[in-house]
Design a protein around this ligand. Structure first.
Ligand SMILES: [Zn+2]
Length: 400
């Protein structure tokens, strides 16, 4: 008698795994996405591919972007310095839009504002004013524009008011208004009568009865010439997690996984995942609030952009982050003990990356070239061309 054998075929699917450089968890490759090690708000999308990696999981990419990158970007000082770059490079002919400047939380209490709301005050390029009534978050109190997650979820209302100068260059106001609050759940309400143009075409909504009450309140406040008091919230550790993340990311793309091992890297990881009450990690470095070294601030940057430098120092590679030569941070990003001698040698005296986001520019140069350029000793053609465009049109605003 023949026995029929049933052949069971077992197929093993091999699930490819990868390890995330930030959370250090093994996850399926499909759960990873492209990470700009230099974030896009600093101009990182222009950076070459070797400054990007796919070894960051999607969770880290989105959560750290929202809470670590944004905590840094939305800090009052950083936010307004980044905006300054856009103003320095403004050209009336190549005009794409100028950002509103955040002036902090105002002491106004417009009608029917709730206890858990704040009225944030913003100024436009021509003195336009915005009163934005939005949810106030105790935990993310220092974010210009509030907690990004709450702002995406809860609808808020922003009241826009033209200035007298708006009428002299209405297109500038119009473009700035169009860009402001783009992609946020914000109802935009125009407080000024606009003739010959339809505010609805750039996303404004009709005023409700409550809006009309509030518009009257804002108008009476402004016409009385009362002094507006704004509070600027500062969180002294806003930069710790961001700097640690940047240091780990840059160390990884430059030197590979070994740079993420060892005691110093472990402190960077503690800093990256630090909770408000955790003990301070032992990282070498200095933040913008604690800046004793003016040399780095003045020499390791440019006036109109972000500069990141890698500088071999005493036993470690220092990462220097400079914005507009106004804000400077330095942090130890890799321990020599974790690197090969050829990796340290490849840095020479140091490497610098200049990023000018409004012009979509990325320039890589040796640290000594940057120092010579800032000292007026040598010319760098690419930076000269950009310098030529800086502040060319400051008078345009003065003469309006
Ligand atoms: Zn991760």
């Amino acid at each position: 008698m023949m026995t029929r054998m049933r052949v069971i075929q077992v197929i093993f699917f091999e699930v490819k795994m990868n390890n995330c450089i930030y959370c250090r968890q093994d996850k399926e490759v499909a759960k990873f996405s492209l990470e700009h090690v230099i974030p896009q708000f600093l101009g990182g999308s222009q950076a070459p591919d070797y400054l990007k990696t796919r070894d960051v999981c999607k969770d880290c990419n989105s959560n750290l972007g929202l809470f670590v990158d944004a905590a840094f970007e939305k800090d009052f000082m950083v936010f307004n310095q980044l905006n300054e770059t856009a103003y320095s490079l403004f050209s009336p002919t190549l005009f794409s839009g100028l950002p509103f400047r955040c002036m902090g939380i105002s002491d106004l209490s417009p009608p029917k504002m709730k206890d858990d709301e704040a009225c944030e005050y913003w100024l436009g390029p021509l003195g336009e004013q915005v009163f934005w009534i939005r949810p106030h978050d105790e935990q993310k109190y220092w974010y210009s524009g509030g907690n990004p997650r709450t702002v995406k979820k809860i609808r808020s209302r922003a009241y826009f008011m033209f200035s007298e100068r708006t009428l002299k260059a209405p297109q500038i106001s119009w473009n700035a208004f169009k860009d402001a609050f783009c992609g946020k759940k914000v109802d935009k309400i125009m407080c000024t009568q606009v003739q010959g143009a339809d505010p609805k075409s750039i996303g404004f909504t009709d005023a409700t009865e409550l809006d009309k009450e509030r518009i009257e309140y804002f108008h009476s406040y402004c016409s009385n010439g009362q002094e507006l008091k704004n509070r600027v919230a500062m969180y002294l550790d806003f930069d710790v997690r961001f700097l640690a993340k940047l240091a780990l990311g840059i160390a990884y793309v430059f030197f590979g996984k070994s740079a993420l091992l060892g005691g110093e890297a472990e402190e960077l990881y503690k800093a990256l995942w630090m909770k408000p009450d955790d003990p301070k990690p032992k990282i070498k470095g200095a933040g913008a609030h604690n800046q004793s070294d003016h040399f780095l601030k003045e020499h390791c940057g440019i006036d109109y952009g972000t500069t990141i430098s890698l500088i071999p120092a005493n036993g470690f590679v220092a990462l220097n982050l400079n914005i507009n030569r106004k804000l400077n941070w330095v942090i130890s990003c890799a321990d020599f003990k974790q690197l090969k001698q050829c990796q340290i040698d490849s840095l020479g005296l140091g490497k610098s990356f200049v990023l000018i986001k409004p012009l979509s520019k990325f320039v890589e140069l040796k640290l000594e070239e940057l120092l010579a350029f800032n000292g007026g000793i040598s010319n760098i053609e690419e930076l000269n061309v950009i310098s030529g465009q800086v502040n060319q049109h400051r008078d345009f605003f003065k003469n309006l």
